[in-house]
Design a protein around this ligand. Structure first.
Ligand SMILES: [Zn+2]
Ligand SMILES: [Zn+2]
Length: 161
């Protein structure tokens, strides 16, 4: 009984198992950000999400705890986080910006049907991807975006036709 709930807890927490509020506060401070409860809630909401949420989705989540918060504040806070390198944005293949607290190298699979974004892992040096230095371009990030259909949308969009 104990073991099972421990396993479930582990799964819910995922990679950030054991991460406490003070760790999040330290992370924000490391980036030179003033820590407020709202900022903390916005960062944690993104951090614990696997869905690469939009500002709107994070707003709906954070609003439950901070009813006075506005969508504009959430958006501005996320952009601030992005400016200081605390978070990433998924390449602009969706209509609205989608954010990602995971800043390590990984790729994305974007569903053309429901705009779900999933992580994909593999070597960053994929064959066929131009190396740094072409046209004097300084490469900061390499990210492959795979567009297609998630399992649910594949059934709806492809199988029927
Ligand atoms: Zn889909
Ligand atoms: Zn991601």
């Amino acid at each position: 009984m104990y073991a099972r709930s421990a396993v479930r807890k582990k799964r819910e927490n995922g990679i950030m198992e054991g991460k406490k509020d003070k760790d999040f506060i330290a992370t924000l401070r490391d980036r030179g950000l003033q820590v407020t409860y709202q900022r903390l809630a916005i960062y944690q909401s993104l951090y614990f999400s696997k869905e690469h949420p939009s500002a709107e989705v994070i707003y709906q989540h954070v609003k439950k705890k901070f009813p006075m918060i506005s969508l504009g504040t959430v958006y501005k806070t996320l952009e601030k986080f992005y400016d200081v390198g605390l978070i990433e944005k998924v390449s602009p293949v969706t209509e609205v910006a989608r954010y990602d607290a995971q800043t390590g190298p990984h790729h994305h699979m974007v569903c053309l049907g429901c705009q779900a974004i999933m992580d994909a892992y593999g070597p960053v040096e994929e064959p066929g991807i131009p190396l740094s230095g072409q046209n004097g371009f300084h490469v900061l990030r390499k990210q492959v975006v795979l567009q297609g259909y998630c399992p649910a949308c594949k059934t709806a969009f492809i199988s029927k036709s």
